[in-house]
Design a protein around this ligand. Structure first.
Ligand SMILES: Cc1ncc(COP(=O)(O)O)c(C=O)c1O
Length: 396
């Protein structure tokens, strides 16, 4: 089977996991701290906080904006209807209200025009935040989105969970907003099993996210220094412990040393991994170019960090998505449907169906007719040739 994603455990991975085991500490410690420093350096932000998942990064990040008063409790958030469900779940679970605008058919990103059209007709202060997602690694038009945010006095929070190392005008996705989340889930461009991160230049928000991810405890240290008796948050009352005194209501979103040690290894291999994925997208595009009248191929750029190889069926008279995916599976090629349009095609959000049905035509089309196969770093030339031959067999 040619899988959508893959993660191979080699000698280096075994070595770092053993180092964690031998260190005697498997909960957050020196590897998590080192991961945060390295990932912030790689992305180009001042700070990074590692969390248990990309979902928890989104929730903790949004909550930090509410707790800090930077966005209003219960306010509206402009976001994308086509993404992994976690983005919308996090908005709902933090008591905010998602408002969906349609996407661009090539990048799958929300467009500045659609955002502005919504805002032009809105009441003052109705919206607080724009939450774009760089889906499949395709970058949103952050320069224009920044201009709109400034004009309407809104903040931006980028969901870069699928876009590690995607570049926009030479800068990393995730550096065009007050904060961004990343995911290191096993199926992503950069993998650590289950882990997420918040990146930001804001010191106070960093401290808040650290508190929120640890049940709102007073201690917001990257690595607890209490045992060395130098915790900066040591309460005046000697009898109180900053790890067990809580001045906020939070979650347990902490991660573990295992994931951080694997994440560190991945950071060291990141440029090669992303380059290999780009090469595979280029080769697959060459193989499938002859079917461009039937399929929309992913656009190629060396600025894109590809999560997978997304395709959209343009000519439904030739083949349906279901038939296509069944045929691919028959020849050993795994595929996944692209994410359904959240308010109209995801059962959990069916309470929004009547409001949005027919209003997000691109998202609904992609949600029904988009799918993806793998472009991961372990694909061989034989795999690529096989994929090309299988598509020819199915579509000719
Ligand atoms: C765009 C997007 N946001 C958030 C998440 C959530 O990340 P995690 O699976 O690590 O919770 C994902 C995961 O696939 C994602 O694709």
């Amino acid at each position: 089977m040619i899988t959508v994603g893959d993660f191979r455990i080699g000698e280096e991975e075994k070595k770092v996991i053993n180092e964690v085991l031998d260190s005697g500490k498997i909960s957050e410690g020196k590897y998590v701290k080192k991961f945060e420093i390295e990932f912030a350096r790689k992305v180009g932000t001042k700070y990074c906080v590692a969390l248990s998942s990309g979902t928890s990064a989104l929730i903790a990040g949004l909550l930090s904006l509410i707790y800090s008063g930077k966005i209003k409790k219960g306010s509206k958030v402009i976001t994308t209807p086509v993404t992994y469900i976690a983005t919308s779940n996090a908005i709902m679970l933090t008591g905010l209200e998602p408002v969906y605008v349609d996407i661009d058919s090539k990048t799958f990103c929300i467009t500045p025009t659609n955002i502005e059209n919504l805002l032009k007709n809105s009441k003052k202060d109705e919206y607080s935040l724009i939450l774009p997602v760089h889906l499949m690694g395709f970058p949103c038009d952050m320069v224009e989105i920044q201009k709109i945010a400034q004009k309407y006095n809104l903040l931006i929070f980028e969901d870069a969970a699928q876009a590690h190392n995607t570049k926009i005008n030479g800068k990393n996705a995730g550096t065009f907003s007050i904060m961004a989340d990343y995911s290191f889930y096993i199926a992503h461009n950069i993998q650590a099993g289950e882990m997420g991160a918040i990146v930001t230049d804001d010191k106070d928000l960093t401290a808040l996210v650290r508190q929120i991810k640890a049940n709102g405890r007073l201690c917001d240290c990257a690595e607890c220094t209490r045992n060395q008796n130098k915790c900066p948050k040591e309460p005046k009352d000697e009898d109180l412990d900053p790890r067990f005194t809580h001045n906020l209501i939070g979650y347990n979103f902490k991660t573990m040393e295992f994931q951080a040690s694997l994440g560190l290894l991945q950071i060291s291999k990141m440029d090669d991994i992303i380059r290999k994925r780009q090469e595979n997208v280029k080769k697959l595009n060459e193989k499938l170019r002859k079917f461009e009248n039937i399929l929309q191929l992913p656009y190629y750029s060396e600025d894109i960090s590809y999560l997978a190889y997304p395709l959209v069926i343009k000519d439904l008279s030739k083949i349906s998505r279901l038939k296509m995916r069944k045929e691919l599976a028959k020849y050993g090629i795994e595929s996944r449907p692209l994410f359904g349009c959240i308010p109209t095609q995801q059962p959990a959000f069916s309470f929004l169906k009547d409001k949005y049905l027919g209003k997000l035509p691109v998202a609904e089309y992609i949600g029904k007719n988009g799918f993806y196969i793998g472009c991961h770093q372990y694909l061989t030339q034989t795999d690529i040739d096989h994929i090309g031959n299988v598509f020819s067999k199915i579509l000719s």
